[in-house]
Design a protein around this ligand. Structure first.
Ligand code: MN
Length: 715
């Protein structure tokens, strides 16, 4: 285990300005907090965060990262809070530790690794600060190094997860070294026999005296020196996992694999890379199709190098990589190295720049597909990833709601959703989902899409499904409404109404069916008088005396019974399902006498009988409908609007809301319309059961000494 001063020295070796005091405090804090907790290995738990911090120094990360590494398990595993971390170590460290704690919680939620790709995206999306991801990888690396102490079941699970999720993540952000080590440990765990036999085979070859690596290295060094090239040559056998993968890909046996050795020539600059390549190619035979120039066309993760395959010294097929020292650092340490190189500049806000630089690296990808693949990291900022109760991950656009989630699961789930549980609690359907939320959709066969949903859903699928439903639904309503209006108009004039007559005038209205005509009348695109005059050309409208007559109820009782079960009929006299809304001018409440007005395109508007707006419709009796509150109108809440004048003194608004709450009213909107030294003028919307409820509230308000005027608003 790294001692305190050793860790501090390591950090100071590459970052002389590191916050020594904070590093020391974090080291002690982690030890104290984890106290007597033990690892599976029997080591004290605090050895883990300290080793993780040690790994982070290899990436040459800033002191905030090292401190966060030391503290990464304190919030999750001890009584430490993020606030405590913030007060002791500042905002940055607290934010990183918070991110890591959230990742750990998400990890536990994931039920299976089938959706590894989505899970990787989730991790990327949640790691707003790339340092969160780097610490997570260091954490995983240390856990893998000590995996052997865990029970077999856990070992297999963690190894699988590492191979599926963390090794590819390490590769994606360019951390070759970490990726290889993770893979090797996981491989040994998951495919022990294959691993052991490859290792045994490699040992055998070495013992046979055919350990060619040192011989080839010295030959290549000589080749470079002979041509005046200053270079560092290294060589190695390929790792067991990469050999195994190649065997699988090529369906080959170990013996059939020709190049199990790889060599690397590191030089000072790019021009020398190509010089060294020339030397290699002029001296040794090239293996066709093995040359790749990742310097002129870097890999998406920023990797740069020349690769070639040759029949090299000792007549052996080998792979040679040629690159600069800086390229090498970046290849091994990825973004971390990239950052370490730039760190020399010491500009203000370097940590933010570091993230930008990662994105720049990723954006260097050469073709559009790669570009897309690698700017995903940035694009994930626009997404949230949520779990189904079974642990499947569903990716959605930012600001998605449970309704979007439901439609993403299946159209039928969306169409019938009535509610949602988020992380086990019932939440409104308009709730905005957060990364890692577990969402359970409650459905009911009686439910259908609501126009309300259209106001808050964000996914195209949800919007399309809702609009499709609403269009079909509205047309049905308009047809029914249009038919009613036409019948009334004809009867009002004592004229015969028949569908036959309408067939003859279809083309007058560019209609293909009688339903089309009904729909147009219902929607208000064509008036019933237009239709009447088309059927009876030259007919003159009778006197206004008819208005009174046509206000009589025309709907039969049976209409009410058509209401489907589960669909609240709050208003009698309407065809079930007919589009209806309460007029904003008068806010009708159960208890008020009401009338319906057929509007243009919006179905029926419900007004109180004394509403001033109704005067506008006096000459259009065919648009009036006799309606009344249904027996079940009291089941829901309705909005009543009040006009108030309050004395302008401390607490008067509080007194107002107290009074309303005490009478079981709920303020849904409050608007100060005027304010003077001594008075407020307000408009308050209150959710109430009915007119009596509102009247009671008005009476209570009148009795209050802070209210100098109160009345129901009528306009
Ligand atoms: Mn840990």
């Amino acid at each position: 285990m790294l001692r305190q001063y050793e860790l501090v020295d390591l950090v100071k070796s590459y970052d002389p300005d590191a916050d020594e005091d904070a590093l020391n405090r974090a080291y002690v804090f982690a030890m104290k907090k984890h106290g007597a907790q033990l690892r599976a290995s029997g080591d004290p738990y605090y050895s883990h965060p300290i080793e993780v911090a040690g790994i982070l120094t290899k990436f040459k990360l800033d002191s905030a990262s090292i401190i966060a590494g030391l503290l990464h398990d304190t919030v999750e595993d001890t009584d430490t809070t993020v606030e405590e971390v913030r007060s002791l170590f500042g905002d940055q460290v607290a934010q990183i530790v918070d991110g890591l704690t959230k990742l750990a919680m998400i990890e536990q939620k994931s039920a299976n690794n089938k959706q590894a790709e989505n899970f990787r995206k989730l991790l990327l999306a949640m790691s707003e600060d790339i340092r969160v991801l780097l610490i997570k990888l260091a954490d995983r690396l240390h856990n893998m190094r000590t995996l052997k102490y865990c029970n077999p079941e856990k070992r297999a699970r963690v190894a699988r997860e590492t191979l599926d999720i963390y090794a590819p993540l390490a590769e994606r952000i360019g951390m070759q070294e970490v990726k290889s080590e993770l893979e090797e440990i996981a491989f040994a765990e998951l495919h022990k026999e294959a691993h052991d036999s490859i290792v045994a085979r490699l040992n055998f070859l070495r013992e046979q005296g055919s350990n060619l690596v040192p011989k080839i290295i010295s030959q290549l060094e000589k080749d470079m020196a002979d041509n005046g090239i200053k270079a560092t040559v290294s060589g190695r056998e390929k790792t067991p996992y990469s050999i195994w993968r190649k065997m699988q890909q090529k369906n080959a046996s170990f013996e059939q694999l020709s190049d199990i050795m790889a060599f690397r020539i590191c030089v000072d600059d790019v021009a020398t890379c190509y010089q060294a390549l020339g030397v290699v190619h002029s001296k040794y035979h090239m293996v066709p199709r093995r040359f790749k120039d990742y310097i002129s066309t870097p890999k998406p993760n920023g990797y740069k190098s020349l690769h070639t395959g040759v029949i090299g010294p000792e007549n052996t097929r080998i792979e040679i990589q040629i690159r600069t020292h800086e390229m090498h650092e970046v290849a091994e340490k990825g973004v971390a190295a990239h950052w370490a190189y730039k760190q020399g500049e010491k500009a203000v806000g370097r940590n933010f720049r570091w993230i930008r630089e990662l994105l720049e690296i990723l954006e260097q990808a050469s073709n559009p597909e790669e570009f897309l693949e690698n700017t995903k990291l940035e694009m994930y900022n626009d997404q949230v990833f949520c779990f189904t109760p079974k642990g499947d991950l569903i990716g959605l656009p930012l600001n998605s709601t449970p309704v979007d989630f439901a439609y993403a699961v299946h159209s039928s789930v969306g169409d019938t959703c009535v509610g949602a549980k988020i992380n086990g609690e019932i939440r409104p359907l308009r709730t905005i989902l957060q990364n890692g939320d577990q969402v359970e959709i409650l459905t009911s066969k009686a439910q259908h899409p609501s126009t309300e949903w259209d106001r808050f859903v964000v996914t195209g699928k949800a919007k399309a499904a809702i609009r499709k439903y609403v269009r079909a639904y509205k047309r049905e309503q308009f047809i029914a409404l249009g038919q009613q209006v036409l019948e009334r108009t004809f009867k009002g004039e004592n004229l015969e109404f028949s569908e036959k007559a309408l067939v003859n005038i279809l083309q007058n209205f560019e209609a293909e069916s009688i339903d089309d005509i009904y729909a147009k009348v219902g929607e208000g695109l064509v008036t019933s008088w237009d239709v009447l005059r088309a059927v009876y050309p030259g007919y003159k409208q009778s006197k206004l005396g008819r208005v009174v007559k046509s206000l009589k109820p025309v709907f039969k009782k049976s209409d009410d019974k058509k209401a489907k079960k589960g669909e609240p009929v709050k208003i009698k006299g309407l065809i079930p399902g007919m589009a209806v809304h309460f007029a904003g001018c008068c806010h009708p409440l159960p208890g008020d006498r009401i009338v319906g007005i057929v509007t243009t395109g919006k179905g029926v508007a419900v007004h109180t009988i004394d509403c001033k707006v109704l005067e506008k419709f006096a000459d259009e009796p065919e648009r009036w409908l006799d309606i009344a509150w249904g027996d079940d109108a009291l089941e829901g809440m309705h909005v009543g609007r009040l006009k108030l004048m309050l004395t302008n003194e401390p607490g008067s608004l509080g007194e107002l809301s107290n009074l309303i709450a005490r009478h079981n009213g709920n303020i849904s909107n409050l608007n100060i319309t005027n304010r003077t030294v001594s008075y407020f003028e307000l408009q308050v919307d209150v959710e109430v059961k009915d007119l009596k409820h509102l009247t009671d509230i008005i009476a209570a308000l009148k009795a209050s000494k802070v209210v100098s005027y109160v009345a129901r608003a009528s306009q």
